[in-house]
Design a protein around this ligand. Structure first.
Ligand SMILES: Nc1ncnc2c1ncn2[C@@H]1O[C@H](COP(=O)(O)OP(=O)(O)OP(=O)(O)O)[C@@H](O)[C@H]1O
Ligand SMILES: [Mg+2]
Length: 269
């Protein structure tokens, strides 16, 4: 049997008359860098929200299987439970505690992993000295990993876009996930920052052994990283395959017509 992290079967999610996800079936293998692409409003973020317990689809099933083979049914679970099972994410719109330092932002992730939760971590009473030392060390290691050591003590709001995106990845990794869901990690970054992010995301998988599920409009980044892709359009999966197969797929090119800024046309040449 294939070792799948996520198994999504016939998932439908509606908001009133809007069908955000329409009978979506897909899977992610353990260790895979998998991408979800599609035009604006296609349902990509809705899928992430369904995979993390934020949205509750009306139909279908979502199963997450952890590294020990324990299976979790995600639909109906609270987001903190899904996170504790090993699923971490970053958000499409940058989310961080702007008034805190880079170090403090990541340390909150490390402490939420110890079961305090983000709010509990902020309101915590005196932690044991040993816990404190452990979170500090984990935080330092992660900042080193994402290349933010020299900016550990600056206020997060003062970081440039590329650094913020790396901080969000470090904070998500601090929960020690098995899979990291990245919702448009390169949005707002310049070409040099995009290259750094591409490299970082690959290292997260290769060196930290964390599977990657990636939503991204930047086709150069997607095609460089993804081993396999699914294409969503109006809530439905219209194609799946390797980057080469997706580039050559007429339904995909059709879905992107009129959305020339996505670059799929240039990439497909
Ligand atoms: N909480 C919500 N309430 C009502 N409608 C929603 C909600 N969340 C998503 N939708 C609708 O679901 C559809 C898919 O939205 P979603 O944000 O998942 O698209 P997306 O593929 O992430 O788009 P983008 O590339 O612009 O981020 C849209 O029509 C959106 O308005
Ligand atoms: Mg989105």
């Amino acid at each position: 049997m294939v070792d799948n992290l996520f198994d999504v079967q016939n998932v439908t999610l509606r908001f009133g008359g809007v069908v955000s996800l329409n009978d979506v079936t897909l899977s992610q293998k353990r260790g895979e860098i998998l991408a979800i692409i599609g035009p604006n409003g296609a349902g990509k973020t809705s899928l992430f929200n369904s995979l993390t317990g934020v949205y509750t689809p009306q139909q279908g099933s979502i199963t997450f299987t952890d590294a020990k083979g324990k299976r979790y049914s995600v639909i109906g679970k609270k987001p903190y439970r899904v996170s504790a099972a090993g699923v971490a994410r970053t958000f499409q719109a940058s989310r961080m505690f702007s008034a805190m330092t880079t170090f403090e932002n990541v340390k909150i992730g490390a402490e939420s992993h110890r079961g305090l939760g983000a709010v509990g971590a902020m309101l915590k009473g005196p932690a044991t000295r040993r816990d404190e030392v452990r979170s500090d060390a984990a935080t330092r290691d992660l900042l080193e990993f994402v290349g933010l050591t020299s900016q550990s003590n600056v206020i997060a709001a003062s970081l440039n876009y590329g650094a913020r995106r790396r901080l969000e990845i470090a904070r998500a990794l601090a929960t020690r996930p098995q899979v990291l869901l990245l919702d448009e990690p390169a949005a707002g970054t310049n070409p040099a920052e995009k290259n750094d992010l591409t490299e970082l995301i690959r290292r997260v998988r290769d060196e930290m052994n964390v599977s990657i599920l990636l939503i991204e409009h930047d086709m150069k980044l997607v095609m460089a990283l993804a081993e396999r892709l699914y294409v969503l359009n109006f809530g439905s999966v219209i194609a799946q395959g390797t980057p080469e197969e997706i580039r050559a797929n007429p339904a995909v090119i059709e879905a992107y017509l009129g959305a020339s800024d996505t670059g799929i046309a240039e990439e497909s040449k």
